[in-house]
Design a protein around this ligand. Sequence first.
Ligand code: THU
Length: 161
Amino acid sequence: MKESKIEISYKVYEDINELPKEDAWLLNEAREVTKQAYAPYSNFYVGAAAKLVNGEIVVGTNQENASYPVGLCAERTLLASASALYPGIAIETMAVSYQSDNGNSNQPIAPCGMCRQYLQEYELRVGKPIKLILAGFEGKVYVVEKASYLLPLGFTSESMK
Ligand code: THU
């Protein structure tokens, strides 16, 4: 028997002002788009904004439903839009932010498990890592250089070979 260990690393910035200009701009886009979220059930408004390698910007927001499991997270809404509008084009960076009726927006949120799986598929399909910028409306910003770092031992098409 041998014990294995997987470590992930991510950067922690004190706030948006420490980010490179382009990343700060994209995070502000994600914050802005939270206003367009459809979240009447959770009142938790998530916005995502991505820059593609062709320079295009694609956004996404969470899309809830009276039948709760039908709801979509902002990240998957964005990825499905990007794939429909610009099939096969890699995403360089995705920023995610949120607002909530119930409280503060001063710490980063990270994608849910289903979105991590979806992000991994996107990266593998186009052959390029997606850099994630995660933050609320204030406070610390996390930067993960590759979305699939958040899915250690993930299931992929390779697993079926
Ligand atoms: N949500 C997202 O859109 N992205 C995340 O990273 C976490 C959760 C949404 C799903 C649901 O509409 C609401 O936030 C509360 O879970």
